[in-house]
Write a protein that binds this ligand. Structure first.
Ligand code: AMP
Ligand code: ZN
Length: 496
């Protein structure tokens, strides 16, 4: 009996085996970012959960249809209260210091979508089957809203269209009714539309002729509420019923609760069977968030030191972010990032040894490595227990390093196969092509040139010159380690 793939389902509040609607095919939707700024590593913690679900499902032979969106419509800063009050996030970003470089909100959204994809690839996240954008699905959103009005689930006021929560008795089933009641309390104080029938009713459309991003609808110019895009794009590409829906814990309420209300009112069928939520990445015990300003972007961490970054390898950032299980809050520290950097170096060394193996002799690794892979996979199948999967993986790396430089070709082949399988499961070796960007290439070229000059100076016994080159490299943020095979180098780790 193979181990079932089990995940914690927020809807049933239990860890459950995933049974897909169609055997062997997982249809999943994961909420993407709003592109009004760079995504931070907290956002990526949530995206990585989706990535690991896909990798684990594929490791047991399932096919996956994986859709994740880009929210390129400016939603409101207080969208988490049902009136959709506050200020438009994109418009606010445009007026900020960072936003000065953009001519308009469309350019701003385009720029940050591209930045998102760069970071996505740098952290070696798999590309989804589809990555739809909210702005490209306006017609579908308008049609869905009209359908909700026609079927009595929505109504119009002077200011917009609202979903009538009272028309959907299951409202609150995901988050628990207490949260919905809490919302009622909060909303009572901030209601801005006196035409609303029930304080819980949430916006599907806001009428606004002055808004920076507006579309024409049967209700005049305006823009959609935040929740409708995901219901619409999920059903457009995955069908009315999907297997799994993922996002960060802050999306449980109201976003996902509202998605369920909309989708199930539209189709009359249960929407997603499994709801998977990632707990927050924290800094000093507080949620990492754009609003609080206590965040690191991927670029903050991976950009070279001489360009103002911290010079970490993207693979180390990824490993640090997945080193805590998704279902527990996780405190981000530079110590973990440094430990991850060391692990990545060992993984790379293991890969080098395996690639170089050419000697005669028996395979002494396949048996142990096979067991270790099964343990790592079982850990991932057990509600994505990444700490255990990584620990098992590092044991395998140790075995390969222990087998050493004189590895037989047959052990090398077993090691390569194992490394490939572990990499497919965890994505931990990183995305070589994304890492080798132009800036990296130029840096590598400079470093190699200086190192060969240094070797040459040493052979002339010109130690003053050799030392001067080492100082120059240190100033460039490069650490040189002399080894029997000649000098090796890496970007120096910095302290926070
Ligand atoms: P947003 O751009 O705010 O819509 O967020 C995109 C995704 O990142 C959502 O799934 C959020 O729940 C998630 N998210 C936001 N902040 C964090 C955090 N600190 N840790 C983990 N996930 C987060
Ligand atoms: Zn969503």
């Amino acid at each position: 009996m193979p181990t079932p793939f089990r995940l914690y389902n927020t809807l049933t509040r239990k860890v459950e085996p995933i049974e897909t609607l169609e055997p062997g095919l997982l249809r999943m939707y994961s909420c993407g970012p709003t592109v009004y700024s760079y995504a931070h590593i907290g956002n990526f913690r949530s995206f990585l959960t989706a990535d690991l679900i896909v990798r684990t499902a594929e490791a047991i032979g399932w096919s996956v249809q994986y859709v994740t969106n880009i929210t390129d419509v400016g939603h409101l800063t207080e969208d988490d209260v049902a009136d959709a009050g506050g200020e438009d996030r994109m418009a606010k970003a445009l007026r900020s210091k960072e936003g000065e470089q953009f001519g308009n909100v469309w350019d701003l959204a385009r720029y940050y979508s591209e930045a998102l994809l760069d970071d996505w690839h740098a952290l070696n996240l798999l590309d989804p089957t589809l990555r739809p954008r909210a702005t490209e699905h306006m017609r579908q959103q308008i049609l869905a809203i009209q359908q909700l009005i026609d079927s009595g689930h929505a109504y119009e006021t002077d200011l917009g269209i609202y979903f009538a929560v009272a028309s959907f008795p299951d409202y609150g089933k995901l988050s628990g009714n207490s949260m919905a009641e809490q919302l009622e309390e909060t909303v009572r104080e901030v209601v801005t539309d006196p035409g609303k029938r029930d304080p819980r009713d949430f916006a599907l459309w806001k009428k606004d002729e002055k808004h920076l991003m507006q579309w024409f609808s049967p209700w005049g110019w305006g823009f959609p509420g935040w929740h409708i895009e995901c219901s619409v794009m999920a059903s457009e590409y995955l069908g009315d019923q999907i297997d799994l829906h993922a996002g960060g814990e802050d999306l449980i309420f109201p976003h996902h609760e509202c998605e369920i209300a909309q989708a199930e009112s539209l189709s009359g069928k249960p929407f997603a069977r499994y709801w998977v939520h990632t707990r927050f990445l924290q800094v000093d015990g507080r949620k990492m968030s754009k609003r609080d300003g206590n965040f690191f972007t991927v670029q903050d961490l991976i950009r070279p030191i001489d360009e103002g970054g911290r010079g970490f390898e993207p693979a180390a950032v990824r490993l640090a972010l997945i080193s805590g299980q998704y279902r527990k809050p996780y405190n981000f520290t530079f110590d973990t990032l440094k430990a991850s950097t060391k692990h990545i170096q060992r993984i790379r060394e293991a890969r080098e040894i395996a690639d170089a193996a050419a000697g005669p002799g028996e395979d002494i690794l396949a048996g142990d490595l096979g067991n270790i892979y099964s343990r790592a996979l079982d850990a991932m199948l057990d509600d994505l227990n990444t700490p255990e999967a990584i620990a098992a993986g590092l044991e395998g790396v140790k075995k390969i390093l222990g087998a050493g430089g004189a590895m037989s070709e047959s052990s090398g082949s077993a090691a390569r196969d194992w490394l490939d399988r572990m990499d497919a499961l965890l994505g931990w070796e990183g995305n070589a092509s994304a890492g080798a960007d132009d800036a990296d290439d130029v840096l590598a070229e400079q470093v190699e040139k200086l190192l060969s000059e240094r070797t040459e100076a040493r052979s002339r016994r010109d130690f003053d010159r050799a030392d001067a080159i080492r100082v120059e490299l240190t100033e460039m943020g490069i650490e040189v380690m002399d080894s029997p095979d000649g000098p090796r180098w890496r970007r120096k780790l910095v302290d926070q």
